[in-house]
Design a binder for this molecule. Structure first.
Ligand SMILES: Nc1nc2c(c(=O)[nH]1)N[C@H]1C(S)=C(S)[C@@H](COP(=O)(O)O)O[C@H]1N2
Ligand SMILES: [Mo]
Length: 200
């Protein structure tokens, strides 16, 4: 059993090289990891609210949000429980594109992502201001499935996947980084898979 796992890890390492962060193993399916149930969000009532330390609060309905220019990002996702899913294609609105519609105040340094269902997670602004961070509503060419965060989820490819909040409903700009849901239960405040920032 143990030797099976170890040889599987060695094969992954040979196949994916530096793309696989330390301690991860590759899966071929796409596991669902949700704390609690899957919230069902009707597109008619769906809203995305950008609030907190911003010059002017903004709220998008689905029609407005999906009229914004989109980007397509290819990335690997790494769950802290040690599975990685390689070669995902996410499509949606770049965080930097959204920033054309809302101006964070100079004292904003971090964001709390708020979700339908109550989940939260924190990400510092410098981690969001990268050109491959997006609010995704398609995965591998299809609309994002409800269990994977549809209608819309955050995708922050360079951090552990718990930072990629599913069923996103708001981004709150805050003065100082503070723990979200899993971070309060001992997950690392930042969660860089390359540094194995799993738990604190
Ligand atoms: N709203 C919400 N977002 C969430 C979670 C959650 O429980 N609720 N789980 C996180 C965790 S721990 C992981 S690994 C990924 C899993 O995404 P997936 O179910 O699409 O694989 O979503 C993250 N985003
Ligand atoms: Mo996770």
């Amino acid at each position: 059993m143990v030797s099976n796992i170890l040889s599987r890890r060695r094969e992954d390492r040979e196949k994916w090289g530096d793309r696989l962060p330390p301690g991860q193993k590759v899966v071929d399916d796409w596991p669902v990891l949700t704390y609690g149930g899957t919230p069902r969000v009707d597109l008619k009532s769906w809203r995305l609210r950008l609030f907190g330390l911003v010059d002017k609060e903004v709220e998008f309905c689905w029609q407005e949000f999906t009229s914004l220019p989109t980007i397509t990002v290819g990335c690997d996702v790494h769950c802290v429980t040690s599975w990685s899913r390689m070669d995902n294609v996410f499509e949606g609105v770049a965080f930097l594109e959204l920033m054309k519609h809302v101006k964070p105040r100079p004292d904003a340094t971090a964001v709390i992502a708020h979700c339908y269902g109550g989940y939260t997670t924190n990400v510092i602004l410098s981690d969001l201001r990268r050109d491959n961070v997006l609010l995704a509503y398609k995965h591998d060419g299809k609309e994002l499935a409800p269990e994977h965060g549809g209608p819309c989820r955050l995708v922050v490819p360079h951090l552990y996947f718990w930072k990629s909040a599913k069923w996103l409903r708001g981004l709150e700009f805050i003065p100082k980084d503070r723990p979200g849901f899993w971070e309060q239960y001992g997950y690392h405040i930042r969660g860089d898979p390359w540094k194995e920032e799993r738990y604190s």
